[in-house]
Write a protein that binds this ligand. Structure first.
Ligand SMILES: Cc1cc2nc3c(=O)[nH]c(=O)nc-3n(C[C@H](O)[C@H](O)[C@H](O)COP(=O)(O)OP(=O)(O)OC[C@H]3O[C@@H](n4cnc5c(N)ncnc54)[C@H](O)[C@@H]3O)c2cc1C
Length: 476
């Protein structure tokens, strides 16, 4: 075992996966975890409501690659949960699994003679020392000397629509639907609620509030809901097909980043159901939801089996692309976004039931105008013209953290002065400081790697990253 000291900043799902990977690979002598919250809580799997589901199947949520059945065994043997590797389970259960494995690997670390410290606080700055080590400063005055750092700090603040920014602290307004129990406690059953956003966190909020008896409208500029899937699992894509797609679509000389075409080509080559029969083209959003739910129910959504392969191709391709192409490719990715970020079939079925009861609707938003009244909101920009809502919730996702790099330090979540945000990482996800191309012993993992990995919003991607990082550290 190496004598290295490794610090992990951020102890959510990614940080705990990094901790487990370091212990499993016996990569170091000492591990320090730093977070303002207890290890394994994080932001994403802290949910308590049973309505809030993962949109990735059990098989994709294991913390112990290549043992993709680890979560399934935990659920079936330790929790007596009736599920299979393709099931979608609640994010609450994933949180409990993460904390269980954290404690298991804490014991294992002890048996291996690895020292583990937890420091309660936020990491503020990582500064290189003259001997090549790093000093981490926390917001509560702690300092940690370390050989290597893995940064696993997740997303930044919730995105808030400009029109609502002046009202952030108003009653009847929520800048995020989480924690969902808090949101529910403050919203009157039977009231009218407008949710800004039509993706997964907006759907989480709608399910929680419709169950609570509210009438909920989702809205966004596209007015489009995610597609519906019955599973999201690993399925290998034949190497011959990957090779063909890379050469025909993504050569540097003839660069046409047509992700949609790539997706359809992969599908045509791998599925039994004709490609057109796997999709709904209905223009009405609820009709499309119904048709897509039916396709998923009748196992016709074979596109769901190429999504993980597609995500992997895009992420691998992105690592080696010149910066100018990256922006083009990001635009292309948007065209398949509703399939990559599709919702679980269970959620679609509940939404359809609520829609038939008149509790759920979804529509396009045009030129929003907002007035706050003593009892709620007047909103202009929806189909029926001026509408009133008691509560508005922003569920538009999160900003990326605004970290900054200097010539000898990495500053977490602060944007000021003439410092530059990180825009590059080595292919091993190591950060170079400014004025240097040498990768530091600072690795980014999970959401923070968005600068070079366009599709980071899934645990399996972060888990793979931290396992590679642990193996690299072990060899130092
Ligand atoms: C609403 C939502 C739903 C999602 N659903 C799924 C899903 O179903 N399946 C899936 O695979 N992925 C899902 N994701 C993607 C998710 O981002 C990944 O699963 C990711 O791995 C989450 O874990 P994390 O540790 O990176 O982030 P988080 O859970 O946000 O944890 C980050 C941790 O870092 C800490 N931290 C932040 N800044 C500092 C600092 N300066 N110093 C110290 N600590 C710090 C925070 O306190 C927190 O504990 C979802 C994401 C969101 C936002």
């Amino acid at each position: 075992m190496s004598e290295r000291h490794v610090s992990i900043i951020g102890a959510g799902a990614t940080g705990i996966a990094a901790f487990i990977a370091l212990v499993r690979h016996r990569a170091c002598k000492k591990i320090v975890l730093i977070d303002a919250y207890e290890p394994g809580v994080g932001q994403v799997y802290a949910n308590q409501h049973p309505e809030v589901l993962c949109n990735t199947s059990v098989e994709l949520m294991s913390l112990l690659p290549p043992e993709y059945n680890d979560l399934l065994h935990y659920l079936q043997k330790q929790r007596n949960v009736n599920c299979t590797s393709v099931s979608f389970i609640s994010r609450k259960m994933i949180g409990e699994y993460i904390r269980q494995r954290y404690h298991d690997y804490l014991n294992l670390a002890h048996n291996y003679g690895i020292t583990v410290d937890f420091i309660k606080g936020s990491g503020k700055c990582i500064k290189r020392q003259s001997n090549g080590d790093y000093q981490i400063y926390t917001d509560n005055g702690r300092k940690v000397i370390t050989n290597d750092v893995i940064v696993c700090t997740g997303y930044g603040n919730p995105k808030i629509l400009k029109a609502f920014r002046p009202y952030q602290n108003s009653s009847h307004f929520f800048s995020s639907p989480y924690p969902e129990n808090l949101m529910q406690q403050h919203i009157r059953p039977g009231s009218d609620v407008l949710i800004i956003g039509t993706k997964l966190s907006a759907i989480d909020a709608a399910l929680v509030l419709c169950r609570h008896g509210c009438r909920v409208k989702l809205t966004s500029p596209s007015g489009e809901l995610p597609a519906v899937r019955s599973a999201l699992v690993y399925r290998s894509i034949p190497a011959s097909l990957l090779y063909k797609l890379r050469v025909t679509n993504f050569t540097e000389h003839n660069f046409i980043p047509n992700i949609r075409k790539c997706f359809l080509q992969m599908l045509a080559d791998t599925s039994e159901t004709p490609v057109k029969k796997q999709f709904s083209f209905a223009s009405d959003v609820i009709q499309r939801l119904g048709e897509e739910a039916e396709l998923a129910r009748s196992n016709q959504t074979e596109w769901q089996f190429v999504i993980v392969g597609l995500v992997e191709i895009i992420n691998n391709m992105f690592l080696s692309l010149p910066f100018t192409y990256k922006e083009l490719l990001k635009k292309e990715i948007k065209k398949t976004e509703r399939y990559i970020g599709a919702m679980p079939l269970q959620n679609a079925e509940k939404l359809l039931n609520y829609a038939s009861e008149g509790l759920f609707s979804c529509e396009k938003l045009n030129h929003l105008a907002v007035w706050k009244t003593h009892s709620g909101w007047i909103i202009n920009g929806l189909q029926e013209g001026e509408s009133t809502f008691e509560t508005v919730i922003c569920a538009m996702g999160y900003d990326y953290p605004s970290n900054i790099v200097t010539k000898n330090s990495f500053i977490l979540s602060e944007a000021s002065g003439s410092l530059v945000p990180p825009h590059r990482l080595s292919s091993e996800l190591q950060l170079p400081f400014t004025h240097s191309s040498n990768p530091e012993h600072i690795w980014l993992a999970g959401i923070s790697t968005h600068v070079t990995v366009p599709l980071v919003n899934a645990l399996f991607i972060a888990v793979r990253q931290v396992n590679q990082i642990a193996q690299t550290i072990r060899q130092l």
